[in-house]
Design a protein around this ligand. Structure first.
Ligand code: PMP
Length: 409
């Protein structure tokens, strides 16, 4: 019995998926040509699953800022924020985001994942109770595991269910309720009624924490996210986000209307015991914040493309998970069919995400598309055309797969 025996069922599942073609969880691009194009071998691929919402990965100002930071301060900080790892790039970015959000406090972290680990574990103590959405992202769940707090899950995007559970909980002796939701959910692209969650949370004396990883830069008149879009940004206690999507870099932040949030820098383990983000990553993100503030035209194009794609796929009869948003996911009957179709799309020049359980809500198997402001009308038409062709070939793909699997046995 080896140490790896426990992974035999997972290995078997992966083997089936790999027999269909490329390993969907290990794709390697030979070149990235632009925010919307990659190359595998001699095939050019339309990128439609990269979370590059504003298309800033090749933005000249962001690239220049990253290069200058390397020239000025080198390639790495070699230390944590509480030791030698705080540079002017970090404090400058924290100030820029705090100003953008209109909040007195903002802390920058090394990744978006660590942001939630750090912030949630820094905020909730043993006596507090965390209420989190049933579809919470892995890093929110993992963040709660770093605390001694008890956790309660409420029905996805359902403020009434939260209200019921908070009422049932009653007074929390010596502690508080921390409610954690997301702005736009990453798999289905559905959006939280933040205004209603705020009312419920504050009515019960709790604090609201929103992960706007997929919505900062994408929603709101100045790109602050869904809370800004719904006109309640100034009331949200904590907002976290990542630099790896709209900001086209790597890292993350948590901003707060509570100036006392600053004290958590001295207790958050995923902030204190890891190296700070590199000057180049932070500077690219800093340049992207300015692009976001003035990025109304990018958001407008992104929205137009989302409506175009949603309409096109709906008309083809695809079962889409939510209303139009930059994330558009089509439900497939099962994992094997989804994997086969994902492979066919890649072979035919379109990269989307294959999303399967346990990473998806309702155990669904999805072909997930994330759009970019850099996509043109033509790009989206190409994606729709491939999904149309896929509808026609899909029934034959299964038969072919069964045949080739039998031949391989
Ligand atoms: N929050 C959500 C909702 C996410 O989807 C992700 C990553 N996809 C993260 C946090 C973590 O961000 P990062 O990949 O930048 O660490």
């Amino acid at each position: 019995m080896s140490l790896f025996e426990k992974y035999a069922p997972l290995q078997a599942r992966l083997d089936v998926v790999k027999k269909v073609g490329t390993d969907p969880f290990g794709v390697k691009f030979d070149d990235i040509l632009s925010p919307t194009r990659g190359r595998i071998g001699n095939r050019e691929i339309v990128l439609a699953g990269t979370n590059n919402y504003l298309g800033l990965t090749f933005d000249e100002d962001c690239m220049a800022a990253a290069k200058k930071a390397i020239d000025d301060h080198g390639t790495g900080t070699t230390g944590s924020r509480i030791a030698n790892g705080t540079y002017e790039e970090h404090t400058d970015l924290e100030k820029a985001i705090a100003d953008h959000m209109g909040m007195p406090s903002c802390i920058v972290f090394s990744t978006g994942y660590q942001t939630n680990l750090a912030a949630i574990s820094g905020l909730a103590g043993d006596k507090d109770v965390i209420f989190m959405d049933a579809d919470a992202h892995a890093c929110i769940i993992d963040g709660t595991r770093l605390t001694g707090a008890s956790t309660i899950r409420f029905r996805h995007n359902n403020p009434e269910d939260l209200d019921k559970r908070l009422r049932r909980q009653g007074e929390i002796e010596g502690g508080h309720a921390l409610v954690v939701i997301e702005g736009m959910y990453s798999m289905f692209g559905d959006i939280a009624p933040i205004d209603e969650f705020l009312d419920v949370t504050h009515k019960h004396g709790g604090y609201l924490f929103i992960d706007e990883a997929h919505s900062y830069g994408v929603f709101g008149p100045t790109g602050c996210g869904i809370a800004e879009e719904q006109g309640v940004l100034d009331k949200v206690d904590f907002i976290s986000s990542t630099f790896s999507k709209s900001l086209a870099s790597i890292g993350g932040f948590c901003a707060s209307i509570h100036p006392e949030f600053e004290i958590t820098r001295k207790v958050m383990r995923p902030y204190m015991f890891t190296a700070s983000p590199t000057p180049s990553n932070v500077s690219a993100a800093r340049a992207a914040v300015d692009k976001i503030k003035s990025g109304g035209h990018l958001r407008a194009n992104l929205k137009t493309r989302a409506f175009q794609l949603h309409k096109g796929l709906s008309e083809l009869g695809y079962d889409l998970c939510a209303d139009p948003s930059p994330v558009i996911a089509a439900r497939r009957p099962n994992e094997a069919i989804a994997a086969m179709e994902w492979n066919w799309l890649l072979q035919n020049g379109v990269y989307v995400n294959l999303a399967v359980p346990p990473g998806t809500p309702q155990s669904s198997s999805l072909l997930r598309i994330s759009l970019s402001a850099a996509h043109s009308e033509d790009d989206v038409n190409q994606i729709i055309t491939k999904f149309k062709d896929l509808k026609e070939v899909s029934p034959n793909l299964m038969a072919e797969m069964m045949k080739s699997m039998q031949a391989a046995e």
